[in-house]
Design a protein around this ligand. Structure first.
Ligand code: 5RP
Length: 227
């Protein structure tokens, strides 16, 4: 089955968890695009009263264009539920995000949220995270020095560039360094090391954050719940 079809299945199922009057976090990425479309249909059909907090300019534009009410993270006092995509997730519900360079806002919204649901296709459920390059957002000033430290640690860093050779910029106008690790055996240790580096704004290790994972697979949608 095509990967996008599996993403769409998971995305459409995930909006069943949305309840009237919720403050809802909306993630970023191609799976989230399907989720926002499905959400807009429910809002319209059931006249749901929702307040949504978006994790990127892209998601905010889509939500607004479909008539979904949006507020800034600073303007809400809590978030009930956040639905987001992910790049990889293991059996312990530890994951990697940031393939769309939105992990800083995504982590802020996720850690404000009472509950977090990820929507993925089955290929993203892995034994050990790290095959997907780990995104790290860094400020442009001195980023080459941060890169050099990562290289010295054996983390195989690579600046994320556009097709025409420019640095990919996050919504906060920062750079992204992708770490080619192949596998992350000790995610908490790596997360601590990265967080200690001056110039690092946020990394894409999302540890102990997600509560449920909605997985699109050829034989249907599976809902995994954290132990
Ligand atoms: O973390 C993210 C963006 O920063 C995305 O949620 C993640 O990259 C998954 O994207 P997609 O749904 O397009 O596969």
């Amino acid at each position: 089955m095509d990967k996008n079809a599996m993403k769409k299945m998971a995305a459409e199922r995930s909006v069943d968890f949305v309840e009237d009057n919720m403050i809802l976090g909306l993630g970023t990425g191609s799976t989230v695009v399907y989720m926002v479309e499905a959400l807009a249909k429910r809002v319209q059909a059931e006249h749901l009263n929702l307040t949504c907090v978006c994790t990127s300019i892209r998601t905010e534009e889509q939500a607004k264009s479909l008539g979904i009410p949006v507020k800034a993270l600073n303007d809400v006092d809590h978030i009930d539920l956040t639905i987001d995509g992910a790049d990889e997730v293991d059996a312990n519900f530890q994951g990697i995000k940031g393939g769309g360079a939105a992990h800083l806002f995504e982590k802020l919204v996720a850690t404000t949220s009472t509950r977090n649901i990820w929507i993925v296709d089955q290929e993203k459920v892995v034994d050990t995270i790290g095959r997907f390059p780990l995104p790290v957002e860094v400020i442009p000033f001195g980023s080459q020095q941060v890169f050099n430290k990562m290289a010295k640690e054996g983390l195989n860093p690579e600046f994320r560039m556009t097709a025409d050779g420019q640095h990919v910029l996050t919504d906060s106008k920062n750079y992204v360094i992708d770490l080619h690790l192949n596998q992350v055996q000790h995610p908490h240790l790596l997360a601590s090391w990265l967080s200690e580096q001056v110039g690092v704004v946020e990394h894409g290790l999302f540890l102990d954050i997600v509560d449920q994972v909605v997985v699109g697979a050829p034989d249907g949608v599976k809902i995994l719940t954290a132990k």
